[in-house]
Design a protein around this ligand. Structure first.
Ligand SMILES: NC(=O)c1ccc[n+]([C@@H]2O[C@H](COP(=O)([O-])OP(=O)(O)OC[C@H]3O[C@@H](n4cnc5c(N)ncnc54)[C@H](OP(=O)(O)O)[C@@H]3O)[C@@H](O)[C@H]2O)c1
Length: 257
């Protein structure tokens, strides 16, 4: 059993707390900082494992692992007057600042890692990057999704940028739903159809052995059929090249602290 403190209980911390607190076998204590009062009070009321403490310092003092969950521009001010211990582990959610950038702010604590949870963590699904994979934090994250460990913090940016198609994915989902509805099928039916289709495709994509993933496009089209025609047209239009070029442009210009 570990005591895991959250400094900053915003959108992504709440998703993590919900996922951690609702694991069947969890014995960890989850200690919440008092800001975002309505949210932290709600979580403390909902889950026995959660407790809202009176101050940030009280959270640090009672925690084995401290999760930093504030926004990048809030970090300096939030940590300025706080005292950490050298036996503490820091797990930072803060985008754009690698562990080496956080370390000076939390000294004498020196074991620092970065976590990149995605919103699906609320369902205990999806990838959860940890760099470097400190064993105590990996253990605390068990069951929250697919743990992806990076030893080298300079690689965090690659995975962060590669996942920057989430809003694009839902834009694509909604464009398909809107097209069906425009043909005269009611929007609810259109929505159920496309979202169930995407759910099924993702399930097959995940269940397929990695060695066979390149076969999936071919396996999901018939020669001369509708799928082949759509894919060929989008390949010709440079759709997939444009996706990679855009992700690469974001990668090239992403700034690290
Ligand atoms: N959202 C995502 O999908 C996602 C994914 C991966 C990583 N991240 C990273 O996670 C961090 C949080 O993102 P978010 O979307 O969850 O932001 P958010 O919803 O704005 O949450 C920030 C939280 O920090 C609190 N806070 C601010 N200053 C504080 C202080 N001095 N002491 C204690 N708490 C303080 C805020 O409280 P108040 O509401 O009272 O101001 C709020 O609860 C960011 O660094 C982001 O880069 C986010």
């Amino acid at each position: 059993m570990a005591s895991i403190g959250f400094l900053g209980v915003g959108t992504i911390s709440e998703a993590m707390v919900r996922a951690m607190a609702s694991r069947a076998d969890s014995t960890d204590r989850l200690l919440l900082s008092p800001r975002s009062a309505e949210r932290s009070e709600r979580l403390a009321a909902e889950f026995d494992a959660c407790e809202r403490l009176a101050s940030n310092q009280a959270v640090i003092d009672a925690s084995d692992i401290v999760v930093l969950g504030m926004r990048p521009q809030q970090v300096d001010e939030a940590l300025a007057d706080l005292r950490f211990r050298d036996d503490q582990i820091i797990a930072s959610l803060i985008a754009g600042t690698p562990p080496s950038g956080i370390a000076p702010l939390v000294a004498p604590a020196s074991r620092v890692c970065q976590l990149i949870p995605l919103p699906a963590i609320a369902l205990r699904r999806g990838p959860l990057v940890i760099a470097p994979p400190l064993p105590e934090v990996v253990a605390a994250l068990a069951g929250l999704g697919e743990i992806v460990a990076l030893q080298d913090e300079s690689l965090i940016r690659t995975l962060s940028c590669a996942s920057a198609f989430m809003s694009t994915y839902y834009e694509m989902q909604n464009a398909l739903i809107d097209w069906i509805a425009a043909q005269g099928i009611d929007e609810h039916t259109a929505s159920r159809y496309i979202r169930a289709e995407l759910d099924g495709l993702a399930a097959i994509g995940w269940a397929t052995p990695d060695s066979e993933r390149r076969d999936l496009p071919q396996e999901h089209q018939t020669k001369g059929g509708l799928n082949e025609r759509v894919r060929a047209r989008l390949l010709e239009a440079g759709w997939f090249d444009e996706l990679v070029t855009t992700i690469d442009a974001v990668y090239q210009t992403a700034r690290l602290r």
